[in-house]
Design a protein around this ligand. Structure first.
Ligand code: FES
Length: 320
């Protein structure tokens, strides 16, 4: 288990953006460079008294002098965004965990469609920077579809326009342009990688359009922020073996694996406890895992699991 670096970062700049969004520049008070990150990554921000919140990085991964995040005020949220909007001032210190990425750009350079809805623009803006760089040097190309109610509700629009130029396509219903995933994909001559970040409705529509085009599911990528609907899932008891010690832990149906591990002296970091944030991720070596998170893609699910929600069938061996 690798502990994540947690830092006190200084608020170097605050800027109001469209859509009730606060753009925040964070710097280390003493070090010139922050930990490396890749496009699509997020940081965990510790909000005093309210827990951890996750914000995607939208700056340039090659510039490690600072991090850029953007926080939309959620009126009906749990209070974290309201606190950040109200309490942050220049030079304040924020506790921030080093970045991690559950929403990576596919590696092979080919045509890529980025589809952003509102504040979902942030990880895709970092990806657009990367793709703009790649496009100049490799055989890759991309388009950035930006959906929002209106121009005035589209945060970081100027930044996106500066990075994407003519590759930016805006979809603002107030200007009579409504995004239709089927139409957009139908105009693509060949399979493309499609990355979506925005409201679940938007991601579902794009996923359905990818399927309708007959493209493989691997073409579709998204970052989800809501836990899986429990539906008719019925948890069952199972056993977890700790590979390093051989200890066998029994996980009853009504308890999570992460809770049983903590009781057994293995306290994994947790935050959402609903399979959304990725904090508790660990590896497994053997056995059948019933994955219940929205973080890991099918490739990573072969060796990794989120023990706050995912469970074993029978007996699994954990890489701990
Ligand atoms: S604690 Fe968030 S995924 Fe497990």
């Amino acid at each position: 288990m690798v502990a994540r670096l947690v830092m006190k970062l200084k608020v170097a700049e605050l800027r109001r953006e469209a859509g009730d969004v606060l753009a925040i520049r964070l710097e280390h008070p003493r070090r010139p460079q922050l930990p490396a990150w890749t496009a699509g990554a997020h940081v965990d921000v510790h909000v005093p008294g309210l827990g951890v919140r996750h914000y995607s990085l939208w700056g340039d991964p090659d510039d490690r002098s600072h991090y850029l995040i953007a926080v939309r005020r959620e009126e009906a949220g749990r209070g974290g965004s309201a606190w950040l909007h109200a309490a942050l001032a220049p030079d304040a210190l924020l506790t921030v965990a080093a970045p991690r990425n559950h929403f990576e750009l596919p590696e092979a350079p080919r045509r890529t469609l980025l589809v952003a809805g509102g504040i979902g623009v942030t990880p895709l803006l970092a990806m657009a920077r990367r793709l703009a760089h790649q496009t100049a040097h490799q055989n890759a190309d991309f388009a950035f579809h930006y959906c929002a109610r209106s121009r005035a509700a589209a945060p970081l629009l100027d930044e996106v326009a500066a990075v994407c130029g003519s590759r930016l396509v805006t979809w603002f219903p107030e200007e009579g342009r409504r995004f239709d995933a089927s139409t957009v994909l139908a105009a693509e001559p060949a399979e493309a990688d499609v990355l979506v970040c925005g409201p679940p409705r938007l991601a579902e529509a794009v996923e359905a359009a990818v399927a309708a085009r007959g493209w493989p599911t691997e073409c579709f990528h998204t970052e989800r922020f809501a836990a899986l609907d429990p539906g008719d899932f019925v948890p069952e008891p199972f056993e977890a073996v700790i590979a390093s010690t051989g200890a066998v832990l029994s996980v009853p149906a009504e308890r999570s694996l992460v809770a049983v591990l903590a009781e057994g002296g293995i306290a994994l970091p947790t935050s959402c406890e609903s399979g959304v944030c990725g904090s508790c991720e660990c590896g497994y070596l053997q056995g059948e895992v019933v994955h219940r998170d929205v973080v890991l893609d099918p490739r990573r699910q072969k060796t990794r699991l989120m023990p706050c929600v995912s469970r074993g069938r029978g007996r699994i061996v954990l890489d701990l």
